[in-house]
Design a protein around this ligand. Structure first.
Ligand SMILES: [Zn+2]
Length: 318
Protein backbone atom coordinates (compact mmCIF):
# COMPACT_ATOMS: atom_id res chain seq x y z
CA UNK A 1 0.00 0.00 0.00
CA UNK A 2 1.43 3.42 -0.93
CA UNK A 3 1.98 6.11 1.66
CA UNK A 4 -0.83 8.40 0.39
CA UNK A 5 -3.26 5.45 0.56
CA UNK A 6 -2.12 4.69 4.07
CA UNK A 7 -2.70 8.28 5.03
CA UNK A 8 -6.17 8.34 3.47
CA UNK A 9 -7.09 5.16 5.32
CA UNK A 10 -5.81 6.61 8.58
CA UNK A 11 -7.89 9.74 8.09
CA UNK A 12 -11.02 7.68 7.35
CA UNK A 13 -10.48 5.51 10.43
CA UNK A 14 -9.73 8.60 12.54
CA UNK A 15 -13.01 10.17 11.45
CA UNK A 16 -14.98 7.07 12.43
CA UNK A 17 -13.75 7.41 15.99
CA UNK A 18 -15.90 9.05 18.69
CA UNK A 19 -14.07 12.34 18.17
CA UNK A 20 -15.83 12.71 14.84
CA UNK A 21 -16.73 16.28 15.65
CA UNK A 22 -13.11 17.21 14.95
CA UNK A 23 -13.41 15.85 11.43
CA UNK A 24 -16.83 17.26 10.73
CA UNK A 25 -15.90 20.77 11.76
CA UNK A 26 -12.18 20.76 10.99
CA UNK A 27 -9.62 22.48 13.12
CA UNK A 28 -8.81 26.05 12.24
CA UNK A 29 -6.07 28.38 13.37
CA UNK A 30 -5.69 32.14 12.95
CA UNK A 31 -2.17 33.45 13.51
CA UNK A 32 -1.45 36.73 15.30
CA UNK A 33 2.08 38.04 15.87
CA UNK A 34 2.70 40.83 18.38
CA UNK A 35 5.31 43.50 19.08
CA UNK A 36 6.28 44.33 15.49
CA UNK A 37 8.63 45.12 13.98
CA UNK A 38 10.73 42.88 16.29
CA UNK A 39 10.70 42.06 20.00
CA UNK A 40 14.03 41.32 21.68
CA UNK A 41 15.26 41.22 25.26
CA UNK A 42 18.77 42.09 24.04
CA UNK A 43 20.01 44.66 21.50
CA UNK A 44 19.10 43.83 17.91
CA UNK A 45 20.56 45.42 14.78
CA UNK A 46 18.49 46.50 11.81
CA UNK A 47 20.11 43.79 9.70
CA UNK A 48 19.07 41.18 12.22
CA UNK A 49 15.55 42.59 12.41
CA UNK A 50 15.38 42.26 8.64
CA UNK A 51 16.53 38.65 8.90
CA UNK A 52 13.99 37.84 11.65
CA UNK A 53 11.17 39.45 9.64
CA UNK A 54 12.13 37.60 6.47
CA UNK A 55 12.28 34.21 8.26
CA UNK A 56 8.86 34.72 9.84
CA UNK A 57 7.31 35.83 6.56
CA UNK A 58 8.91 33.01 4.63
CA UNK A 59 7.53 30.41 7.07
CA UNK A 60 4.05 31.91 6.64
CA UNK A 61 4.43 32.08 2.85
CA UNK A 62 5.51 28.46 2.61
CA UNK A 63 2.31 27.42 4.37
CA UNK A 64 0.06 29.87 2.56
CA UNK A 65 -0.82 31.20 5.98
CA UNK A 66 -1.98 34.72 6.65
CA UNK A 67 -1.22 36.56 9.87
CA UNK A 68 -2.01 39.85 11.52
CA UNK A 69 1.06 41.62 12.88
CA UNK A 70 0.45 44.00 15.78
CA UNK A 71 2.69 47.04 15.74
CA UNK A 72 4.20 49.19 18.50
CA UNK A 73 4.92 52.31 16.50
CA UNK A 74 7.32 53.67 19.15
CA UNK A 75 9.68 50.92 17.98
CA UNK A 76 9.87 52.54 14.55
CA UNK A 77 11.96 55.24 16.19
CA UNK A 78 14.54 52.74 17.50
CA UNK A 79 18.14 52.40 16.29
CA UNK A 80 18.45 52.06 12.57
CA UNK A 81 16.16 54.92 11.75
CA UNK A 82 12.53 55.21 10.90
CA UNK A 83 12.95 54.35 7.21
CA UNK A 84 14.62 51.01 7.91
CA UNK A 85 12.04 50.09 10.55
CA UNK A 86 9.09 51.14 8.39
CA UNK A 87 10.51 49.00 5.57
CA UNK A 88 10.04 45.98 7.85
CA UNK A 89 6.32 46.74 8.13
CA UNK A 90 6.13 47.17 4.37
CA UNK A 91 7.58 43.68 3.99
CA UNK A 92 4.64 42.31 6.01
CA UNK A 93 2.14 44.08 3.79
CA UNK A 94 3.98 43.05 0.60
CA UNK A 95 3.49 39.44 1.67
CA UNK A 96 -0.27 39.92 2.06
CA UNK A 97 -0.31 40.18 5.86
CA UNK A 98 -2.37 42.70 7.82
CA UNK A 99 -1.08 45.15 10.38
CA UNK A 100 -2.91 45.96 13.60
CA UNK A 101 -2.50 48.43 16.48
CA UNK A 102 -0.71 47.35 19.69
CA UNK A 103 -0.36 50.94 21.03
CA UNK A 104 2.52 53.39 21.03
CA UNK A 105 4.69 52.35 23.97
CA UNK A 106 3.13 48.91 24.68
CA UNK A 107 1.11 50.25 27.61
CA UNK A 108 -1.03 47.86 29.66
CA UNK A 109 -4.49 48.74 30.94
CA UNK A 110 -3.76 47.56 34.47
CA UNK A 111 -1.30 50.37 35.09
CA UNK A 112 -2.53 53.01 32.67
CA UNK A 113 -5.36 55.53 32.99
CA UNK A 114 -8.11 55.18 30.42
CA UNK A 115 -7.31 58.58 28.90
CA UNK A 116 -3.66 57.58 28.45
CA UNK A 117 -4.72 54.25 26.88
CA UNK A 118 -6.83 56.10 24.35
CA UNK A 119 -3.94 58.46 23.57
CA UNK A 120 -1.59 55.47 23.09
CA UNK A 121 -4.02 53.95 20.57
CA UNK A 122 -4.23 57.13 18.51
CA UNK A 123 -0.49 57.77 18.71
CA UNK A 124 0.14 54.13 17.71
CA UNK A 125 -1.72 54.11 14.42
CA UNK A 126 -0.74 56.77 11.86
CA UNK A 127 2.11 55.00 10.04
CA UNK A 128 0.57 51.50 10.09
CA UNK A 129 -2.77 52.88 8.97
CA UNK A 130 -1.21 54.88 6.15
CA UNK A 131 0.97 51.95 4.99
CA UNK A 132 -2.03 49.62 5.07
CA UNK A 133 -4.21 51.99 3.09
CA UNK A 134 -1.44 52.52 0.54
CA UNK A 135 -1.08 48.73 0.17
CA UNK A 136 -4.85 48.37 -0.12
CA UNK A 137 -4.96 46.21 3.01
CA UNK A 138 -7.52 46.61 5.79
CA UNK A 139 -6.41 48.18 9.07
CA UNK A 140 -8.95 47.08 11.66
CA UNK A 141 -7.64 45.11 14.65
CA UNK A 142 -6.45 46.11 18.11
CA UNK A 143 -4.55 43.84 20.47
CA UNK A 144 -4.33 44.95 24.10
CA UNK A 145 -0.72 45.00 25.39
CA UNK A 146 -0.23 42.24 27.99
CA UNK A 147 -3.75 41.28 26.80
CA UNK A 148 -5.08 43.29 29.74
CA UNK A 149 -8.63 44.35 28.94
CA UNK A 150 -9.38 46.43 32.04
CA UNK A 151 -9.75 46.30 35.80
CA UNK A 152 -13.55 46.61 35.79
CA UNK A 153 -16.39 45.95 33.40
CA UNK A 154 -17.04 49.71 33.19
CA UNK A 155 -13.45 50.42 32.17
CA UNK A 156 -13.47 47.52 29.69
CA UNK A 157 -16.68 48.73 28.03
CA UNK A 158 -15.53 52.37 27.95
CA UNK A 159 -12.29 51.41 26.21
CA UNK A 160 -13.93 48.95 23.82
CA UNK A 161 -16.52 51.61 22.85
CA UNK A 162 -13.65 53.97 22.10
CA UNK A 163 -11.95 51.28 20.00
CA UNK A 164 -15.17 50.55 18.09
CA UNK A 165 -15.74 54.25 17.45
CA UNK A 166 -12.29 54.36 15.85
CA UNK A 167 -13.01 51.36 13.65
CA UNK A 168 -11.16 48.72 15.66
CA UNK A 169 -12.15 45.15 16.39
CA UNK A 170 -10.52 43.62 19.47
CA UNK A 171 -8.23 40.70 18.63
CA UNK A 172 -8.61 38.04 21.32
CA UNK A 173 -6.39 34.95 21.52
CA UNK A 174 -6.98 31.41 22.68
CA UNK A 175 -3.60 29.66 22.35
CA UNK A 176 -0.33 30.94 23.73
CA UNK A 177 2.71 29.07 24.98
CA UNK A 178 4.73 31.60 26.98
CA UNK A 179 6.88 32.30 23.95
CA UNK A 180 8.16 35.51 25.60
CA UNK A 181 9.80 33.40 28.32
CA UNK A 182 11.61 31.06 25.90
CA UNK A 183 12.38 34.04 23.68
CA UNK A 184 14.15 35.91 26.45
CA UNK A 185 16.47 32.94 27.09
CA UNK A 186 17.04 32.55 23.34
CA UNK A 187 17.94 36.26 23.00
CA UNK A 188 20.53 36.00 25.77
CA UNK A 189 22.00 32.88 24.14
CA UNK A 190 22.21 34.82 20.86
CA UNK A 191 24.07 37.56 22.75
CA UNK A 192 26.72 35.00 23.75
CA UNK A 193 25.61 34.57 27.37
CA UNK A 194 25.26 31.26 29.18
CA UNK A 195 21.84 30.90 30.78
CA UNK A 196 22.51 27.27 31.69
CA UNK A 197 21.08 25.45 28.68
CA UNK A 198 22.02 25.42 25.01
CA UNK A 199 19.97 26.49 22.02
CA UNK A 200 19.15 22.95 20.84
CA UNK A 201 17.80 21.94 24.24
CA UNK A 202 15.83 25.18 24.53
CA UNK A 203 14.20 24.77 21.11
CA UNK A 204 13.32 21.14 21.90
CA UNK A 205 11.62 22.27 25.12
CA UNK A 206 9.88 25.08 23.24
CA UNK A 207 8.36 22.73 20.68
CA UNK A 208 7.32 20.30 23.41
CA UNK A 209 5.68 23.18 25.26
CA UNK A 210 3.76 24.23 22.15
CA UNK A 211 2.38 20.69 21.84
CA UNK A 212 1.34 20.74 25.52
CA UNK A 213 -0.35 24.12 25.02
CA UNK A 214 -2.30 22.94 21.98
CA UNK A 215 -3.45 19.86 23.95
CA UNK A 216 -4.65 22.05 26.81
CA UNK A 217 -6.47 24.67 24.76
CA UNK A 218 -8.12 22.02 22.57
CA UNK A 219 -9.40 20.35 25.74
CA UNK A 220 -10.72 23.70 27.00
CA UNK A 221 -12.49 24.32 23.69
CA UNK A 222 -14.21 20.95 24.05
CA UNK A 223 -15.06 21.59 27.71
CA UNK A 224 -16.70 24.94 26.90
CA UNK A 225 -18.23 24.49 23.46
CA UNK A 226 -18.25 20.72 22.90
CA UNK A 227 -16.29 21.21 19.68
CA UNK A 228 -13.03 22.57 18.31
CA UNK A 229 -13.63 26.28 17.86
CA UNK A 230 -11.28 28.15 15.51
CA UNK A 231 -8.27 28.91 17.69
CA UNK A 232 -6.31 32.18 17.64
CA UNK A 233 -2.60 31.76 18.30
CA UNK A 234 -0.58 34.57 19.86
CA UNK A 235 3.17 34.72 19.37
CA UNK A 236 5.72 37.52 19.12
CA UNK A 237 7.98 38.70 16.31
CA UNK A 238 11.21 37.48 17.87
CA UNK A 239 14.32 35.41 17.23
CA UNK A 240 13.03 32.09 18.54
CA UNK A 241 9.92 32.24 16.37
CA UNK A 242 11.99 33.23 13.34
CA UNK A 243 13.95 30.03 13.95
CA UNK A 244 10.99 27.76 14.71
CA UNK A 245 7.84 29.11 13.04
CA UNK A 246 8.15 26.71 10.14
CA UNK A 247 8.27 23.73 12.54
CA UNK A 248 5.47 25.18 14.67
CA UNK A 249 3.21 25.55 11.64
CA UNK A 250 4.10 22.00 10.64
CA UNK A 251 3.07 20.84 14.10
CA UNK A 252 -0.34 22.51 13.75
CA UNK A 253 -0.72 21.01 10.26
CA UNK A 254 0.13 17.54 11.55
CA UNK A 255 -2.60 17.95 14.15
CA UNK A 256 -5.15 18.65 11.42
CA UNK A 257 -5.25 22.45 11.49
CA UNK A 258 -6.12 24.59 8.51
CA UNK A 259 -4.82 28.17 8.63
CA UNK A 260 -7.53 30.81 8.37
CA UNK A 261 -7.67 34.59 8.65
CA UNK A 262 -8.43 36.30 11.93
CA UNK A 263 -11.62 37.59 10.31
CA UNK A 264 -12.80 34.04 9.57
CA UNK A 265 -11.97 32.82 13.09
CA UNK A 266 -13.88 35.70 14.68
CA UNK A 267 -17.00 34.84 12.65
CA UNK A 268 -17.41 31.72 14.78
CA UNK A 269 -20.24 32.26 17.31
CA UNK A 270 -17.91 31.26 20.18
CA UNK A 271 -16.30 34.67 19.86
CA UNK A 272 -19.59 36.37 20.72
CA UNK A 273 -19.27 34.90 24.23
CA UNK A 274 -18.82 37.50 26.94
CA UNK A 275 -15.24 37.80 28.24
CA UNK A 276 -14.98 39.91 31.36
CA UNK A 277 -12.16 42.32 32.31
CA UNK A 278 -8.80 40.62 32.70
CA UNK A 279 -7.47 42.81 35.52
CA UNK A 280 -3.72 42.27 35.88
CA UNK A 281 -3.24 38.95 34.11
CA UNK A 282 -4.42 38.50 30.55
CA UNK A 283 -5.11 34.79 30.06
CA UNK A 284 -6.51 32.96 27.03
CA UNK A 285 -10.04 33.97 26.12
CA UNK A 286 -10.97 30.33 26.78
CA UNK A 287 -10.28 30.95 30.49
CA UNK A 288 -12.16 34.27 30.41
CA UNK A 289 -15.15 32.58 28.78
CA UNK A 290 -15.03 29.72 31.29
CA UNK A 291 -15.44 32.32 34.03
CA UNK A 292 -18.42 34.03 32.40
CA UNK A 293 -20.01 30.71 31.40
CA UNK A 294 -19.48 29.43 34.96
CA UNK A 295 -17.82 26.30 33.63
CA UNK A 296 -14.84 24.76 35.39
CA UNK A 297 -12.62 23.46 32.58
CA UNK A 298 -10.80 20.18 33.13
CA UNK A 299 -7.45 21.94 32.49
CA UNK A 300 -6.27 25.50 33.12
CA UNK A 301 -3.87 26.31 30.32
CA UNK A 302 -0.70 24.46 29.53
CA UNK A 303 1.62 22.96 32.15
CA UNK A 304 4.50 25.19 33.30
CA UNK A 305 7.78 24.97 31.36
CA UNK A 306 10.29 22.51 32.83
CA UNK A 307 12.47 23.42 35.80
CA UNK A 308 15.52 23.56 33.45
CA UNK A 309 13.80 26.25 31.38
CA UNK A 310 12.62 28.16 34.44
CA UNK A 311 16.17 28.11 35.87
CA UNK A 312 17.58 29.41 32.59
CA UNK A 313 14.93 32.14 32.62
CA UNK A 314 15.85 33.12 36.19
CA UNK A 315 19.56 33.10 35.29
CA UNK A 316 19.24 35.33 32.26
CA UNK A 317 16.02 37.30 32.42
CA UNK A 318 15.26 38.18 36.04
ZN1 LIG B 1 2.82 42.87 23.18
Amino acid sequence: MTDPMNRTLSIILFCLMPIAAYCAEGKKLAITIDDLPVASATPVSVDEKREITEKILSALRDRDAQAVGFVNEDKLLEDGGIDANVALLEAWLDDGMELGNHTFGHVGMHETELSAMKAAVLKGEPISRWLSERADRPYRYFRHPFTQTGDSIEEQFAFESFLAAHGYTVAPFTIEHTDYLFSCIYDHLAAGEDPGMDRTALVAEYMQHLGDAIDAFETMSDDLFGRPIPQIWLIHANRINAATLSDSLELFKSRGYEFVTLKEALEDPAYATMAGPSKRYGPSWLLRWARSMRIRPSVFGQPDPSETVMNAFRNSCQ
